[in-house]
Write a protein that binds this ligand. Structure first.
Ligand SMILES: Cc1ncc(COP(=O)(O)O)c(C=O)c1O
Length: 457
């Protein structure tokens, strides 16, 4: 590596002067150092000052599912890069073919893997497929894409058009047409009275379909568990009804597993908790735990068939390009990542540690009135902070951020919904690596306990 890597203060200075960080207001770095993370091992990372942190958010955006410092993944990537690092996706590669087979074995009903390199890109591919299906098979009808309030699907303009987190979208319009919102399903912030909230919230999707006309709608995209929109686990009955509605109106179902995919919720995919049969599944973050960039757009064979039915038509196939979808480091890392999850029993560990995390959070709720609700599935959990439990008025966003900062000062990195849903950036987010131990989980909730005590004293 460049010799400068050994001079950490020069690195920090180079970062301050030349790097534009994501999601960051940079004025602060005129007076304080930008954070530079230098090393990681297991659940822990060390910053430029040598300070150790327990990472309860897997690389800040829920990515490093198998933990840091995995030599076997690094070796698999290294070996693959030396043998064949890249060839564009019109040809196959050895790790690309092997990972596709291994992945599809975990996804009964799915069949084809289209490689690309970010969650946003994986979702864009689906929008393009839906539009092409509309042109070729529905005479231009069924081109609209339904998305849900509070869900997020990525950072590109089309993904923001499909984004139900309005604060993320602000100042980035105008957006393309053909994306239509359906209501969120967060029962804690109920939009309808009565029992069977899951059924009611799903029926709200049907109401939108009837309003727009089923013949205008091609696809519905949903997160299995809404992540950055407040850790929303759909209420009982929701997913079953969603599936029925999609079948009834011939609407393709796209499940965005960019966060939940590859183990995060204790099953390979979040939708597998609910027995849903999607037409499209997209995934990115945990696929290779951040050891290499890889994303996948996975479809059924029925969807795939619609792109090879007329070889005499020069426009009939999926005419998409993903340059870095041809990088072999991604699937090489993904194969090893999957082996680790299987051999180390990390799905079971995720379920057990997720239960412990939820139990600890419920314990904190008994102690701290500021916690209005706790929600979670596997190792994706959230605690919604409120100023008043009766009225459910959201806690002051600055105080929510102060809790995150207090935990950071204690050496525990947690997250919170941030510039996501206006007025509702009040949910602490936890997504530790799937290797977390009981001690790690307790250390995370102990830090939150202390932080809540100080910030809301
Ligand atoms: C549910 C969901 N979908 C898509 C994305 C976009 O993924 P990427 O940042 O890799 O483009 C994210 C990113 O956080 C996400 O949370």
């Amino acid at each position: 590596m460049d010799g400068m890597a050994n001079d950490i203060s020069a690195v920090v200075e180079a970062d301050r002067v030349h790097v534009w960080h994501h999601l960051s207001q940079h004025k602060q770095y005129e007076t304080v150092d930008p954070r530079v993370i230098v090393e990681g091992k297991g659940m822990r990372v060390w910053d430029a000052k040598g300070k150790e942190h327990l990472d309860a958010v897997s690389g800040a955006v829920w990515t490093v599912n198998v933990g840091y410092g995995r030599e076997s993944i690094a070796n698999a990537v290294r070996d693959q890069l030396l043998r064949m690092n890249y060839f564009a996706g019109a040809a196959g590669t050895v790790p690309g073919a092997i990972f596709a087979k291994r992945l599809i074995e975990k996804m009964p009903g799915m069949s084809r893997v289209y490689y690309n390199n970010s969650g946003s890109e994986a979702n864009e591919k689906v929008y393009k497929m839906v539009r092409q299906i509309s042109h070729r098979h529905h005479g231009g009808k069924k081109n609209k894409i339904l998305f849900r309030e509070r869900d997020y699907h990525g950072t590109t303009i089309a993904n923001l058009a499909a984004g139900g987190q309005f604060q993320r979208n602000m100042q980035y319009g105008p957006f393309p047409d053909g994306f239509v919102m359906v209501p969120h399903c967060l029962e804690y912030r109920a939009q309808w009275d009565g029992a069977d909230y899951g059924l009611r919230a799903a029926n709200a999707i049907e109401e939108v379909i009837l309003r727009e006309g089923a013949d205008t709608i091609g696809c519905l995209v949903l997160e299995p568990v809404t992540a950055g929109g407040g850790v929303i686990v759909p209420p009982a009955g929701y997913w079953e009804r969603v599936q029925e509605i999609c079948q009834k109106y011939d609407i393709l179902l796209h499940i965005d597993e960019v966060v939940c995919g590859v183990g995060r919720t204790g099953t390979w995919f979040g939708y597998q908790h609910y027995g849903v049969r999607p037409d499209f599944v997209t995934m990115a973050k945990g696929v290779a735990s951040g050891y290499a960039a890889i994303a996948c757009t996975v479809t059924t064979e029925a969807v795939f068939d619609m792109f090879k039915d007329d070889p005499s038509d020069p426009m009939s196939y999926f005419r998409d390009i993903s340059t870095f979808g041809g990088c072999t480091g991604g699937p090489a890392a993904a194969i090893e990542n999957m082996r680790i999850i299987e051999d180390e029993g990390l799905l079971d560990n995720t379920l057990r540690m997720g239960d412990r995390l939820m139990a600890n959070l419920h314990g904190l709720m008994d102690k701290h009135k500021v916690i209005g609700d706790v929600r979670g599935k596997g190792l994706f959990c959230g605690a919604e902070l409120v100023a008043d439990r009766g009225t459910k008025e959201p806690a002051d966003e600055k105080k929510v951020q102060a809790v995150v900062a207090d935990c950071m000062a204690q050496g525990v990195i947690i997250g919170a919904t941030n510039r996501s849903v206006p007025g509702f950036n009040n949910t602490l987010c936890l997504s530790p690596a799937l290797i977390a131990t009981p001690d790690d989980i307790d250390q995370i909730t102990d830090a939150i306990d202390a932080a809540l005590g100080r910030v809301f004293a």
